[in-house]
Design a protein around this ligand. Structure first.
Ligand SMILES: NC(=O)NCCC[C@H](N)C(=O)O
Length: 254
C-alpha cells in the first residue's frame, strides 16, 4: 500500500505561533519554509507521498498539522484544539483526510484534544492529559477507537506541551523519552531513556529509518548503534515554537 502523509506549508504568520513552556525567540519564516521543504523531501525520499493540506495563512500554528486529527485504521478523529486560537485549522484538515478515504468522527465540546498528545504503539493508544487534552477528549477518542480494537490509556503530561513532546516509540514498541521531561516512565510497558530532549522525537519512516531533528545528535548516535537509521533534518525554526518532527505530518498508512 502506498504510504501517504498529510503536511501543511507554513504561512507568513508562523512567528506568532503559540509558546507555552519556552520564551519567545525570533522565527525566520524563509528559513522555516526551507526547513519544511527539506522535511517533506526527506519523507518523499523514504517513499512517502506527501499530500498538502491547503495552507491556512491566518493560523500561525497550522504547519503543526499533526495536532488536527488522530487516524486509526480507517477512521480519522478530528481534534478540537486545546488552544482556542488553533481550532480553525481543523476545517481544511478534515476535508483533506476525508478525501483520502477516511471515515470522519469529531471531538466535540466539552472535549479538547490535540493530535500531539496521542501516541500509538500497535493497538495501544496513549493519550497525554494535562495540557491541551482533557478527560472528555480522552473518553471521546476511546469511544471512537476502542470498537476498532484499540486500547486507549490516559497518561499525565505536565512538563511539556504534548505527550509526544515527551515520548515517542521505536518500531519495536519501546517508548523513548528524555527522563527530566517524562511524568511517569512506568506508564509504558517498555521505556528507554535518551540523552536529549529532542531525542525523544522520532517519526517512523519504515525499514528501521527514523526521522529525527539535528538537535539530538547523541540520541541519533545511540539509536544508530541499536541498528536504526536516523534520517536527520534541521527544524530549528519550528522548535522555537515547541514543534518537533512528529508534529509536521500525519502519517496515514504504516
Ligand atoms: N504536536 C506538536 O508537537 N505540536 C506543536 C505545536 C506547537 C504550537 N506552537 C502550539 O503551541 O500549539
Amino acid at each position: 500500500m502506498t504510504q501517504r502523509a498529510l503536511v501543511r506549508r507554513p504561512g507568513p504568520r508562523l512567528p506568532e505561533g503559540l509558546v507555552t513552556h519556552l520564551d519567545r525567540t525570533e522565527v525566520d519564516v524563509d528559513l522555516a519554509v526551507t526547513q519544511w521543504q527539506s522535511y517533506v523531501d526527506a519523507m518523499a525520499a523514504a517513499g512517502w507521498t506527501c499530500v498538502e493540506v491547503p495552507p491556512a495563512d491566518d493560523c500561525p500554528d497550522a504547519v503543526f498539522v499533526e495536532d488536527t486529527m488522530v487516524v486509526y485504521r480507517d477512521v480519522a478523529v478530528i481534534a478540537r484544539a486545546g488552544a482556542e486560537p488553533r481550532r480553525a485549522e481543523a476545517v481544511d484538515a478534515e476535508k483533506a483526510v476525508a478525501a483520502q478515504g477516511y471515515r470522519i468522527e469529531h471531538i466535540v465540546e466539552p472535549g479538547t484534544l490535540d493530535g500531539g498528545d496521542v501516541l500509538k504503539v500497535g493497538s495501544t493508544i496513549y493519550v497525554g492529559l494535562g495540557g491541551r487534552t482533557n478527560q472528555a477528549g480522552v473518553d471521546q477518542l476511546r469511544a471512537a477507537f476502542e470498537p476498532l480494537g484499540a486500547k486507549v490509556i490516559g497518561v499525565p503530561v505536565t512538563k511539556v506541551l504534548h505527550l509526544k513532546s515527551a515520548v515517542t516509540a521505536l518500531p519495536d514498541g519501546t517508548v523513548i523519552g528524555y527522563p527530566p521531561l517524562v511524568d511517569d516512565p512506568s506508564a509504558f510497558e517498555s521505556f528507554l531513556a535518551v540523552p536529549e530532549e529532542a531525542g525523544a522525537h522520532v517519526v517512523l519512516l519504515g525499514d528501521n529509518r527514523l526521522l529525527m531533528a539535528s538537535s539530538a545528535p547523541a540520541t541519533a548516535e545511540l539509536l544508530a548503534a541499536k541498528g536504526y537509521q536516523p534520517v536527520v533534518v534541521d527544524i530549528s525554526e519550528f522548535e522555537k515554537l515547541e514543534g518537533c518532527v512528529t508534529c509536521l505530518s500525519v502519517r496515514l498508512r504504516e
